[in-house]
Design a protein around this ligand. Structure first.
Ligand code: NAG
Ligand code: NAG
Length: 441
């Protein structure tokens, strides 16, 4: 009897431990027809971000065909998502024709606390391309949704700040808690580049240089992202020696507690700026060249201040996705994510990682199966209890996550994982999409 009670108790404990994290409903929208050609301009891992929510509206930035093959316009879409989801509205920026068929030349979008929408796009080692709405259109919602909200043309410097502005690639935006916003990008080339941060003041509407924070040593850092939470700015990266991706090596991490002005290593010790690959305590895991560690995969920070990264490598002999974690006290771990997906081929599509409550979500493209798979894991299960939550068919992209919508919807008790995706298939059939997964915790 005592034994039976013990067994029952265990069962009860087990039941309360089993997480409820699940997808309760799924919906998708075709945003546009993806451009013609074998090159992807929509749906690349380093877009920070193509899809984001501010207030009650969600915004999406993408390319679609302007005037035939090799000619594209930047489009900006919006829809209301609170209290209910309305239809998408969209306009094209017809004063800038994008012509370079190159997968680097994606669009990134940021929205500061003043509600101005910032866009940066079409770079691969070229001068900055940047434009911003003339007023806070994400805060004072205009009834008309047209290019007129952006006034002037594309500019090649951040107004108020100092360069260099070329040769530039991989612009990223990250909004801070006080409404200011950081912009981060690489200056230089693959295998020989530095990373810079500028800061947008939401009160003055002007930019200033925070400076060069990562410096190559005949190599360059490829960051997984730049993530601000609770006054801490987290960056992780791998370093590449030449334009050949097989020269990627090692996993690096740094933390700033003053929005990028000064930096600390993984153990929390101050380091000098710019950070070099040889800076003390910056390299966390040694992963040799030719290990297929893939640059610019994904990272996030959870509500308890834990830093998480998703990166894959073949250091074990088989290519695997890994979950890297840093606790707020500075302890790092690297654990293989054992999920039922195909072994990722070299240079296969990159995934994303996101946090929701005390859970993690890994969004992993299964490229050989042309799917995107979504997995959940819990803190109670040490983030090793990965469970399949959903699978999207006919995918040919690296998904984008609306991190803002996930955070605010989870805080209000009705979490929505909203993804930016691109389908597989022929030109004409292949759509750029947004997928919403309503979740329960
Ligand atoms: C989580 O890790 C701790 C410490 O290593 C261990 O004691 C515990 O059993 C683990 N729990 C699960 C569910 O793996
Ligand atoms: C989106 O487009 C695809 C392919 O063109 C089509 O099969 C699907 O029904 C469309 N979905 C929606 C929600 O309209």
């Amino acid at each position: 009897m005592a034994m039976l009670r013990a067994v029952l108790l265990l069962v009860t404990l087990n039941v309360s431990f089993v997480y409820a994290l699940s997808v309760t409903s799924t919906q998708s929208w075709n945003i546009t027809t993806d451009p013609q050609g074998s090159v992807r301009l929509n749906g690349l891992a380093f877009q920070q971000q193509p899809l984001l929510t501010f207030g009650d509206y969600q915004y999406v930035a993408y390319y679609t065909t302007a005037k035939g093959y090799g000619s594209h316009y930047v489009h900006l879409g919006r829809r209301r998502v609170n209290p209910s989801v309305s239809a998408w509205e969209d306009f094209a920026f017809t004063d800038y024709e994008q012509k370079t068929l190159d997968e680097h030349n994606t669009i990134s979008m940021g929205i500061g606390g003043d509600g101005k929408i910032h866009l940066s796009f079409d770079h691969h080692d070229v001068p900055l391309n940047y434009r911003v709405s003339t007023s806070g259109i994400a805060k004072t919602i205009p009834t008309q949704w047209t290019q007129a909200a952006f006034g002037g043309s594309v500019v090649h410097a951040l107004p108020g700040s100092t360069g260099p502005w070329t040769p530039l690639t991989y612009p990223r935006f990250e909004t801070l808690a006080n409404g200011d916003m950081l912009m981060e990008f690489r200056i230089g080339q693959s295998g020989a580049g530095d990373s810079y941060i500028h800061r947008y003041s939401s009160s003055s509407g002007s930019w200033s240089a925070v400076g060069k924070y990562l410096q190559g040593q005949d190599n360059n850092a490829y960051i997984n992202g730049i993530t601000s939470q609770d006054g801490k700015l987290h960056v992780s990266w791998t370093v590449r020696e030449t334009p050949d991706a097989s020269t990627n090596h090692d996993f690096y991490y740094a933390l700033s507690e003053d929005d990028g002005k000064t930096w600390k290593n993984a153990a929390g010790q101050a380091v000098s700026k710019p950070i070099l690959p040889t800076t003390n305590g910056i390299k966390v895991y040694t992963i040799p060249q030719k290990s297929e560690i893939i640059n610019q995969e994904a990272q996030c920070v959870d509500l308890n201040g834990r830093f998480h990264a998703l990166m894959r490598d073949k250091s074990s002999g088989t290519a695997k996705f890994y979950h890297y974690m840093r606790t707020p006290s500075g302890t790092f771990s690297k654990t293989a994510i054992n999920v039922a997906v195909s072994t990722p081929p070299y240079l296969a599509y990159r995934g994303k990682i996101a946090s929701i409550g005390d859970n993690l979500i890994a969004i992993i493209p299964d490229q050989p199966k042309s799917t995107i798979t979504i997995w959940g894991a819990t803190a109670a299960g040490n983030f090793t209890d990965w469970k399949n939550l959903a699978t999207i068919p006919n995918m040919n992209c690296e998904p984008g996550v609306d991190y803002q919508r996930l955070a605010t919807s989870a805080a209000s008790g009705s979490p929505i994982l909203s993804l930016f995706t691109r389908q597989g298939g022929d030109f004409g059939d292949r759509k750029v999409q947004v997928w919403d997964f309503a979740m329960q915790l």
